[in-house]
Write a protein that binds this ligand. Structure first.
Ligand code: CTP
Length: 391
């Protein structure tokens, strides 16, 4: 949803400036054009070269360090779709709120007439300062989007409010502000993510390498498209939508079947264990003198197959992880599972799939029509999948 957008990042001199290098990468990964400007003091905390390499663009600091003649604060404004000020220090916030333009960054913010996100970060006492709060309130009252700082351990050695919010929060806010595509408003969607875990004894388990990134990307994008999202996840994650944590396949089955025929769509992106341990040991298994041991496994329910057989009003989407003969196996799998769509991906490729931020998939429908989605970030792939399913 940020593909082709130009994001202008303004960095002021807070120690959290180093974190913005990763934010640049996050925007770049989804195909955004990133421009960066810094206050002169921020340049003591993060280098121009780092930011130029990551953004693949020239970085601006001073009003007068321009190579060709053009007022940079105006041309940056024209080019950008959104301005993200992070970290925003007490000093820069207060200057902006009072119309002060004493460097390139503050001049640009003053001239910018499109959405501005502000992510403050500072020492707790500065954050609690009455004038800083009044200035921030002034910005908030004037339609600046504020990503409030979090509480935690601060670089100055104290604990309290003032730490830059998570980069995901700024990233999500950027999508939320720029994205008018609320195509999934009024849709209820349940998405599973992660690998289920089958316990052997209190200290051991069987699981798989799924990172859950594809499921989370689908949930994030569905949320940004206006859907009412529930993520059924095998790991803990904080999100602005509902997250239900499960562990085993049986847990996931119980959770997911509750929603069948009560929501518009269920997407089974989780890597579900096909087998579980037959006899769970209440006590830790001890090492014996035998060189081999046998752990018996029993078949788990096939959740996708079950909900597809019982579905009436809910659209059911499955995933298909294959390490060979991708499309042949996918065609057999969609018929066997009985779902409406199957998203096939090749897990043998190192550049996509498990743990990767990128993927390349084929979308099959139950008439065996196939659409190829070329390699892209998991967020962009998620967007295309949701567009296709709700076409
Ligand atoms: N799935 C499920 N319940 C299971 C196993 C898989 O709901 N017990 C779902 C997965 O969430 C996925 C789809 O079925 O959406 C296909 O999973 P995949 O691992 O590719 O296939 P399997 O059905 O496990 O078959 P195989 O391992 O033989 O390829």
């Amino acid at each position: 949803m940020l593909k082709g957008k130009t994001i202008l990042i303004g960095i002021s001199a807070g120690i959290a400036a180093y974190k913005i290098c990763e934010l640049v990468r996050m925007y770049k990964r989804v195909g955004a054009n990133v421009r960066v400007m810094l206050t002169p003091n921020a340049l003591n905390l993060v280098t121009r070269l780092t930011l130029e390499s990551l953004s693949q663009n020239e970085v601006f600091v001073e009003n007068f360090d321009i190579k060709e003649y053009k007022p940079e604060h105006i041309s940056l404004c024209d080019e950008a779709d959104i301005l993200v000020l992070a970290p925003a220090t007490a000093n820069t916030i207060s200057k902006i709120a009072n119309g002060i333009c004493d460097n390139l960054l503050t001049s640009t913010v003053c001239a910018f007439n499109k959405p501005i996100i502000i992510a403050p970060a500072m020492n707790t006492n500065m954050w609690n300062n009455k004038f800083v709060q009044e200035n921030l309130q002034k910005l908030s009252d004037n339609n600046y989007y504020i990503c409030n700082p979090e509480s935690g351990f601060l670089a100055c050695g104290t604990e309290g409010v003032g730490r830059l919010c998570k980069l995901e929060t700024i990233f999500d806010k950027t999508i939320e502000v720029l994205n008018n595509n609320k195509k999934l408003q009024n849709k209820k969607i349940v998405i599973t993510a992660g690998g289920t875990l089958e316990k052997i004894d209190p200290v051991r388990y069987i699981s798989n390498f799924s990172s859950g990134k594809m499921g989370v990307a689908l949930a994030d994008v569905a949320y940004h498209m206006g859907a009412d999202v529930t993520l059924v996840s095998t790991f803990s994650i904080e999100k602005p939508y509902n997250v239900e944590k499960v562990q085993s396949t049986i847990d996931m089955e119980k959770e997911v079947t509750k929603y069948n025929n009560n929501v518009d769509c269920i997407i089974m992106a989780a890597a579900v264990a096909d087998y579980r341990v037959k006899d769970y040991r209440e006590q830790k298994m001890k090492k014996t003198s035998d060189d081999e041991i046998v752990i018996q496994l029993v078949k788990n329910p096939d959740i996708l197959k079950k909900i597809s057989a019982e579905k009436n009003t809910t659209k059911i989407v499955g995933f298909c992880a294959e390490s060979e003969n991708l499309l042949e196996n996918a065609k057999i799998k969609i018929k066997n599972k009985g779902c409406d769509y199957l998203i096939a991906n090749d897990i043998s490729r190192k550049d996509i799939g498990f743990s990767s931020d990128e993927n390349e998939v084929y979308i099959l429908d139950n008439n065996l029509n196939i659409e190829h989605i070329e390699k892209d970030s998991k967020l962009n792939i998620a967007h295309k999948i949701l567009e296709k399913i709700f076409e």
